[in-house]
Design a protein around this ligand. Structure first.
Ligand code: SF4
Ligand code: SF4
Length: 300
């Protein structure tokens, strides 16, 4: 015998009260918004990759604005905004000010948002030339000459490094926000993580360059653990001695162009790496001038 379905008149009040309960619970939780600027979305995906913790996160905060993951948009203001990506267009500049105005705590996530990202390579290039080569109708394009971190435009409460961010660090930042404390994020170098893992030092053992000594921890020394030098995804650590590392890279036989490139990868716009790459470039120019014959503009 089958049970007859309940008439709509019976079920609807239950549905309404359930929706009402859910809405009430959601409104009591702090609203989280996730915003995107020029980026690859990898840092937002790191949040979605927190599979084991995602339900707890959704229970602790009301995910109010997150176009990558939800269909519905809940109006601000938002207690917590996570911002991914760098500022590369005049519209970005306008939008980040709007976002700041409607955000309680604003946290930037990833190398794009904290250092201008890979796209900060444009800061050393001729953007008009790129525009004319890449686009059939560059006149329709509005872009800035530089890619800059979010903190160059508005006040930022906390910066989380990495390309992409590390999901454990991301959860630590969310937990700190929910508990009203400062996030416990290491500011020492990748070398410390590398030693804690018991790795053999890559440059010492194999002569490969490694940016670990000047790079902030956070990845668990991922690349050195697989016998590769660190690529500097997490940007400069708080007291990065790039001068010393540059000397070591030269001693390892790395050409100047390559040294400039290793500093100008994921975090090209981070001041310490930008300065280190500029110093090598200026040095390279001087060296090449010395090497040139006097009639070619060299030093006699
Ligand atoms: S920091 Fe890296 S992973 Fe994150 S959005 Fe930028 S390019 Fe993508
Ligand atoms: S492999 Fe790199 S990160 Fe690890 S200890 Fe050596 S220099 Fe530091």
């Amino acid at each position: 015998m089958t049970t007859a379905p309940e008439p709509h008149g019976v079920t609807e009040p239950h549905a309404h009260s359930h929706e009402h309960d859910e809405a009430a619970a959601a409104s009591s939780r702090p609203k989280l918004a996730v915003w995107k600027f020029a980026s690859c979305d990898g840092c937002q995906l790191s949040l979605l990759n927190c599979e084991d913790e995602l339900l707890s996160i959704a229970e602790a905060v009301h995910i109010a604005y997150f176009p990558e993951a939800t269909r519905a948009v809940v109006e601000g203001p938002y207690e917590l905004s996570l911002v991914e990506g760098s500022i590369t267009t005049p519209d970005d500049v306008r939008r980040i000010h709007e976002i700041r105005a409607q955000s309680g705590v604003l946290v930037t996530i990833g190398a794009c948002a904290t250092a201008g990202g890979i796209q900060a390579l444009r800061n050393w290039a001729d953007v008009d030339e790129y525009r004319s080569v890449v686009y059939a109708h560059p006149e329709y394009l509005k872009t800035l000459d530089t890619s800059t971190p979010i903190a160059s435009h508005v006040d930022v409460d906390y910066e989380l490094r990495g390309c992409p961010v590390d999901k454990k660090q991301l959860i630590e930042v969310l937990a700190a926000f929910l508990n009203g404390r400062k996030p416990r994020i290491a500011t020492y170098s990748v070398c410390v993580e590398c030693k804690l893992k018991g790795n053999v030092c890559v440059p010492v053992a194999t002569g490969q360059p490694c940016l670990g000594p000047v790079t902030q921890a956070g990845c668990g020394a991922l690349c050195p653990s697989y016998g590769r030098g660190c690529y500097g995804c997490f940007g400069p650590q708080d007291s990065a001695n790039t001068e010393s590392l540059t000397r070591q890279l030269v001693e390892l036989g790395m050409p100047s162009d390559d040294i400039v490139r290793v500093y100008r990868t994921f975090n090209a716009g981070a001041p310490a790496f930008a300065a280190a790459s500029d110093a090598v470039e200026v040095g390279a120019t001087v060296r090449s001038t010395v090497d040139r014959a006097p009639e070619q503009g060299g030093v006699p």
